[in-house]
Design a protein around this ligand. Structure first.
Ligand SMILES: [Zn+2]
Ligand SMILES: [Zn+2]
Length: 368
């Protein structure tokens, strides 16, 4: 094991990445040190890269928050994961942002994902210890206060990496949405990683209609393979009224359950008009940008129940890993993955994400 490890460091928003070496971290009591086995690029990395994330980003930074680490050091007391599974050197883990454990949201509400003091590694200054804050680096640090779960043996690292953000977010949102039965008319707005994972899991409930509204066409084709009964392509230049009519005609009375996973301007105003009376609408895709106009009277007169959802707790990570394992013969998770990059070609991975030529670019920091 070398005394240093490399990381792709961002010094200027929108700029290039410099591969730099930092001292290899050591494990605190209750913590782990991992080698990053595999990382994947998330839309939030693109926002952070451009400086468009309103979460207090500090430069210089190491982007990346979807990752699988292989344990190289176990701190005292850290030989069991957050769901009671033994951990050993060489095991693969995914881990969560660390909630503070001492605020109203953490304790009274029991919603640590809403903790305003959560430690989100990649948003922090990487020029000070422990240095290895983000996924696009050779090492990672699992803090003592961060939940962690072992990755099942049959789950490939790149699937687990994508599962550590996109799928765990979907798992939590599906919980919040409540039951989806065979008579359900479900609408998924967005055909990116979140939309595709949601489509796969929702299809297991066999709803009467499962409509995915999004693009480009290759993603809609994958949505169909993963269980969408109908797809509606989005052309941003077109009037959304046509899409709303199409969804109403496919579903009959609108969406009994809908998910906003697109994050595009105007998407919520459009989604509200696709809702059935007494429908449930979970919003997850929009984390910033300009305020959006929404027809409030439609929400009121149709009795639409709307909920925001973000991220997930460590239990959601665990259930995401179980779903990847259990349904790997039903859904070819590799279909979501793009090319494989290393630290020196990270800019190309980001470009592939921005241009939407790949759904989930894969980064192997070691280059292997
Ligand atoms: Zn993410
Ligand atoms: Zn807290």
């Amino acid at each position: 094991m070398t005394a240093t490890g490399r990381a792709a460091v961002l010094h200027e928003f929108g700029g290039g990445f410099q591969t730099e070496a930092y001292p290899r971290p050591t494990a605190d009591r209750g913590g782990l040190v991992v080698e990053i086995d595999t990382a994947t690029v998330c839309g939030s990395d693109v926002h952070a890269w451009k400086g468009h994330l309103s979460l207090g980003v500090q430069l210089p930074m190491i982007l990346g928050h979807e990752m699988v680490g292989r344990i190289v050091e176990i701190g005292p007391g850290a030989d069991v994961d957050s769901v009671g599974q033994d951990l050993a050197i060489g095991d693969r883990v995914v881990w969560a942002h660390a909630a503070c454990g001492h605020c109203h949201e953490c304790t009274v509400e029991q919603t640590p994902v809403l903790c305003s003091r959560r430690y989100i590694g990649y948003l922090n200054d990487c020029s000070v210890p422990p240095y290895f804050t983000g996924a696009f680096a050779e090492y990672g640090v699992v803090r003592p206060d961060a939940g962690r779960v072992r990755v099942p043996d049959r789950v490939e690292s790149a699937w687990a990496s994508a599962g550590s953000c996109a799928l765990r977010t979907v798992v939590k949102a599906l919980d919040l949405a409540g039951s989806v039965d065979r008579d359900g008319t479900v609408v998924v707005q967005g055909a990116g990683p979140l939309g595709l994972f949601a489509t796969a899991l929702l299809s297991l409930n066999d709803p009467r209609r499962l409509v995915v509204v999004g693009g480009p066409q290759d993603r809609l084709d994958l949505a169909s393979q993963w269980g969408a009964t109908h797809t509606v392509p989005v052309d941003p230049a077109e009037d959304p009224a046509g899409r709303i009519d199409e969804v109403m005609s496919i579903t009959g009375r609108g969406a009994s359950v809908a998910f906003e996973l697109a994050g595009a301007p105007g998407v919520v105003g459009e989604g509200v008009k696709m809702m059935a009376r007494n429908g449930r609408y979970v919003l997850m895709g929009t984390l910033g940008g300009q305020p959006q106009p929404v027809d409030v009277a439609t929400i009121v007169t149709r009795g639409v129940r709307m909920t925001g959802s973000m991220s997930g707790a460590i239990g959601d990570y665990h259930r995401a890993m179980l779903a990847l394992d259990r349904y790997q013969d039903r859904f070819d998770w590799n279909r979501m993955l793009g090319s494989t990059y290393d630290l020196d070609t990270l800019a190309d991975a980001m470009d592939a994400m921005v241009s939407m030529t790949e759904i989930k670019p894969v980064v192997r920091p070691s280059g292997r």
